[in-house]
Write a protein that binds this ligand. Structure first.
Ligand SMILES: Cc1cc2nc3c(=O)[nH]c(=O)nc-3n(C[C@H](O)[C@H](O)[C@H](O)COP(=O)(O)OP(=O)(O)OC[C@H]3O[C@@H](n4cnc5c(N)ncnc54)[C@H](O)[C@@H]3O)c2cc1C
Length: 349
């Protein structure tokens, strides 16, 4: 019998982010697969009322919380003290949490304090004969490993985007009672102060893991076009306009970010962080649209978790046409995106 706890950090507006709701969804499925009587949730934040109302109807058996303004800040000392106290209060043998930056920074240390083990980037959980095994990728997503551990507590950081945020209606169920766990917040725990947040303007923040759509720009955007001209400025305007209107995440091929780095005709909105592929990232989005990108294997391998793929390319024999995309539009991406942006601008909803 396992005692299962989902840990979640409450957002500054008091709610739970989609990644936290997804970890609750995973815990619920795991709890049922293990044949357990119910799982617990542990919330950390200044206030937890809104988060608790989001969890009504989620099948949570017990809710614990560490609250207070000291716990609003994403600060290692207070976050780790709160997470440790919650795990001890729940008597957890399994601790699940979304692998956000905040949780990833803190929970491996918490696992150590609990004399347990921590595993990160978990993409799936399965139960066989009452034994839990976990799945994660190794060696830049080339090797998939499935393993189990005897050591408890076992802290698992779940890769965001691998399960749906929830399958229950938010607030659809009886109100949850909460057991407040007290943590002594000494001056030493508060030596670090988070004094503010600096985030780039929305149009510069182009990597959006929660976006429904991945928009990928390839090197074709900076190549000579049929009029003999390089139209990089126009390309950048079209891409940023589309991102602004669609809130899609921006990916790139290696060729395009390489020329940007070499100071040639560039798209200044791109860096190597945008690169998708074998030596780039492997993002998870429901849909992907590739533009001016050939769809070669070292690039397309980064699309393995994109469920619906479309591409726009002038070349009907490009890589996307060879089974790598669901739909290929053989067309000029400049013309298509101009039209798409105009349609988005005129949409009524
Ligand atoms: C070990 C190794 C690792 C690699 N890792 C990666 C990786 O992580 N990510 C990655 O992306 N690549 C990677 N590559 C490189 C990869 O093989 C390709 O070279 C690269 O992806 C090509 O980028 P591209 O498709 O943008 O450019 P190109 O191959 O130059 O293709 C440009 C495309 O744009 C189209 N085009 C031009 N104008 C238009 C227009 N107006 N409308 C529509 N289409 C147009 C052209 O038809 C062409 O198909 C790796 C290679 C190696 C050897």
């Amino acid at each position: 019998m396992e005692t299962l706890l989902v840990l979640a950090f409450v957002e500054s507006d008091g709610s739970l982010a989609p990644s936290a709701l997804a970890s609750v969804h995973t815990a619920r499925a795991l709890d049922q697969a293990l044949g357990n009587p119910g799982y617990a949730v542990g919330l950390i934040g200044e206030r937890v009322e809104t988060a608790l109302s989001q969890l009504a109807g989620s099948g949570v058996a017990r809710a614990f919380a560490v609250t207070g303004e000291e716990f609003a800040q994403p600060r290692y000392a207070t976050d780790s003290a709160a997470a440790e106290a919650l795990a001890r209060a729940a008597g957890a043998t399994l601790v699940l949490a979304a692998g956000t930056l905040r949780a990833s920074r803190v929970l491996p240390g918490v696992g150590h304090r609990l004399s347990g083990r921590t595993d990160t980037h978990i993409t799936a959980l399965s139960v066989d004969g009452g034994n839990l095994s976990v799945t994660r990728w190794f060696y830049r997503q080339r090797i998939e490993g499935i393993y189990l551990r005897e050591q408890r507590p076992w802290v698992l950081l779940l890769e965001p985007g691998c399960s749906p945020a929830s399958t229950y209606e938010v607030g659809d169920g009886p109100a949850l009672g909460v057991e407040i766990v007290s943590v002594s917040v000494t001056a030493e725990l508060q030596r670090t102060q988070v004094t503010g947040r600096q985030t780039p303007p929305a149009d510069q923040q182009t990597i959006r893991p929660d976006a429904e759509l991945l928009f990928v720009a390839g090197a074709g955007w900076t190549k000579k076009q049929s009029d003999g001209q390089v139209r990089a400025g126009e390309a950048e305007r079209l891409i940023l306009d589309f991102l602004h209107q669609s809130r899609a995440s921006l990916g790139s091929s290696k060729s395009l970010v390489d020329v940007s780095g070499e100071g040639q005709a560039v798209l200044s909105c791109l860096t190597h962080l945008n690169q998708v592929g074998q030596t780039g990232s492997t993002p998870r989005h429901a849909k992907g649209l590739s533009t001016c990108c050939h769809g070669e294997e070292p690039h397309a391998v980064g699309w393995r978790f994109i469920r619906e793929r479309r591409a726009i390319n002038l070349d009907a024999n490009c890589g996307w046409a060879r089974g790598k995309a669901d739909v290929l539009y053989v067309a000029d991406a400049f013309a298509v995106m101009e039209k798409v942006n105009a349609l988005l601008e005129n949409r009524t909803c």
